[in-house]
Design a protein around this ligand. Sequence first.
Ligand code: GTP
Ligand code: MG
Ligand code: ZN
Length: 354
Amino acid sequence: MLNTLGLSHWLADTPGEPCGAGFSVARITAVDRGRYLIRGEAEEVPAELTGRFLHLAESSVELPCVGDWVCVHYRDAGTQASIHQLLPRRSFLRRKTAGRDVEYQMMAANIDVAFIVQSCHFDFNVPRLLRYLVMTREDHIDSVVLLTKTDLVTPQALEQLVAQLLAMGVTSPIVCLSNVTGAGVERVRELIVPGKTYCLLGSSGVGKTTLINRLLGDGAYETRAVSATGEGRHTTTRRQLMVMEHGGLLIDMPGMRELGMLGTQEGIAETFADIGAMAQRCRYPDCRHEHEPGCAVRAAIDRGGLSDEHLQNYMKLQKEAEFNDLSYIDRRKKDRAFGRFVHSYKKHKNGDGV
Ligand SMILES: Nc1nc2c(ncn2[C@@H]2O[C@H](COP(=O)(O)OP(=O)(O)OP(=O)(O)O)[C@@H](O)[C@H]2O)c(=O)[nH]1
Ligand SMILES: [Mg+2]
Ligand SMILES: [Zn+2]
């Protein structure tokens, strides 16, 4: 059971018993406003953090998120559990929270591959796609681009979209699919390896949940009434991990409105490696590739060896990352959202900390 959840894969570098005597290892399968679901040897059960866990956590980053491995203690004949310890993360996805203060929010942990989902209809947006690629690369997570709703565009239009991505230097595999006709869905299934964990990232309404339903088989996950016109939408509100029949692990995520670029300099450098390589030949080491003499990047654009749009994307992300890093340092001392969370959680628990 635990290996079905990807444990052997996660333990590859850390042999031995991860939790102490009397504790069991389990995986967080869902998080919904401070309430957890976990899965260990048995069925999925609700779980809560111990008072001690909350007391020791110094920021929201140290709280469990979907995909985390934790040490738990079962109660009430195994129908409830308390979470005592968070096991080290092999990878995680985080983002800057929306709002004035720059804070982290953990999205998911122990991810092997991120499916970055965009619809080839209204949602298609290259700069946004690049942000997702930068974010996942920064966290050393492999990425696959999924273009959904191919039934709504002509094959020629689709070809153009893919050409745009390739021209922008996207090197991740790209799969085009339609949840309506089923075209391309089997290619996605073939990419999924048993025991590995995949998450689906992308804007609301691009078809993430619909695809998961297709991959899991009819009615396995969320049943919802969708009319012939596609009305009757069901917006995902919580992150949730599901097990495919052949053993692949899928995490559904709510659509994201704002994607923070916290601490992503390294990811940007890798995504725009072509620009980095050219910049080595600029006359001045601090060249901003604007109007400086001897700028190798500008020269490449003039020669037609680099697209101006690609450079603009790079500069925009670079500026954003610098800004966010600065404001984060200013504000990290007061993790106010976390304080509010602990407060409401303790109230919710009525002080019955374990
Ligand atoms: N035409 C067409 N419609 C699709 C396709 N995939 C999904 N849809 C429709 O698009 C709408 C949104 O799909 P969802 O799967 O709920 O989208 P989501 O990405 O999970 O959205 P959030 O949960 O809000 O993040 C639904 O009405 C689906 O029926 C597709 O390939 N083609
Ligand atoms: Mg959804
Ligand atoms: Zn330059």
